[in-house]
Ligand binder design. Sequence first.
Ligand code: NDP
Length: 518
Amino acid sequence: MSVQEPAVHESDDPAAVTGAEIAVQNPATGEIIAHVPDLDAAVITAMATVGRAAQPGWNALGFEGRGRILLRMQKWLTDNAELVIRTVMSETGKTYEDAQLADWSYGLNAFGFWARNAPDYLADERVRSAQVMLKGKRLVLRYKPLGLIGVIGPWNYPLTNSFGDAIPALAAGNAVILKPSEVTPLTSQVLLEGLRECGMPEGVFQVATGRGPAGAALVDVVDMIMFTGSTETGKRVMARAAQTLTPVSLELGGKDPLIVMADADLDRAASHAVFYSMFNGGQTCISVERVYVEEPVYDEFVAKVMANMKAVRNEISTGPGTSEVGSMTFASQVDVVERHVQDAKAKGAQVLVGGERGHEGQGGHWHQPTVLVDVDHTMQCMTEETFGPLLPIMKVADTEEAIRLANDSPYGLAASVFSRDLARGEAVARRIEAGAVCVNDALVNYLALELPMGGAKASGMGTRHGAGGIRKYCQQQSLLISRVHMKHEVHMFPYRRSVTKALGRAFKLMNGRRRPVP
Ligand code: NDP
């Protein structure tokens, strides 16, 4: 396969091809670069049968056997860096650096991390009980793979957001069917080939290309569904999963605030606001979506933001160092950004830079990196997820107003607070209603695979990363093994008055009748 021009990807499983196809576009140019099968529900059901048949053998390999294949894949990603980065770029329109930093390098880290840490996270846990009736019995909590996991991925990070969830599911001993977004199915297919080369047994990891209905069908046939995408589709997935009582984990939208307090290091705050609002074209669920700046430092902060914006090129990235912000990945996302800018302008906002669709007449899906000021919460850009290269900056009277406005959102994924006073900064962070808050930083908490990451409010449920990020793919099975015991326990039939009374006294004694209530 050419690294520069990813080839047409076709499934090599004849049973998987229904005839219908999806044309995959390079969103930076508008060029069609590949076709993939648009699978229907019958094929998804057949894939589930394949996955279920392959799972016991995969689980039987144990952590060491599975980890060996995952570590081989880490090496494969190193050896095939250009192929992976160029494939991600070709189907997302993002820059070389965005693909390298947030997709490829995340995958590299994640294959190694879960291979090495799964045994500890999922080790049997010995549980001790204070219950006297259970003396002589061994209590164990074990994490048993659920079986077949469905991962539904979005288009903004075709490697990170799909494989980030598939890898721990595999490490735990599950089979996985990944349904990538119809917009970005190629990266998943390239990594599927990589996993095969690394010795992944057939059927353990499958890629189901298709549109929304393929995702809906997947929900019906798996033991657990991990979904990343919009809040609206997340609700649909959860409602569908309720029909089969299938557990779900949802990573949904965000409207992440960044608060600049009056004592902040303004250079650092400004560079972070610009970078993390524009990085990946702003198409990151935990990107900086809105900024609140305390009045005394507002003008200086805005000037520093504008100085940072001067370095931002919005071009087709052809390789390292050629563009800061690429195209948008999803055509209709350009309309969302445009709508938010127009709405803000109509309500009195000022456009300091950008403000228009980009590359008009040249193909592809572009919106200029844009900075808005004089914004407020009557405007969509401050209350709805924009998911594009837009940085709206609002002046606030003080920290209290900043906190109130930061929390004035249905979302609660991530947030940032900038202050030189670390204790004050942390105190503010603790008052933000979000799953993750950085002080004097933004977004990089995502790199700590040891640290749970999940949304509050309408931003989702469940977490990825950390112990919870792999245990969610397991059934917690409790084991009780009776070692020292009588043939007949005292509480059993026949009931006798004397024994019942004695037990009553014993229960009172055991549960601290004599201890004073605090
Ligand atoms: P969706 O939430 O609709 O899509 C996410 C994934 O779900 C895709 O693989 C999609 O398939 C699939 N899907 C669609 N419908 C169903 C269904 N009924 N059952 C199961 N799976 C389904 O996101 P969009 O692509 O439409 O983006 C819309 C908005 O979502 C964006 O504007 C952005 O605000 C937000 N978003 C958030 C992301 C995040 O990281 N939290 C990532 C991407 C988007 P297909 O693509 O084939 O339709």
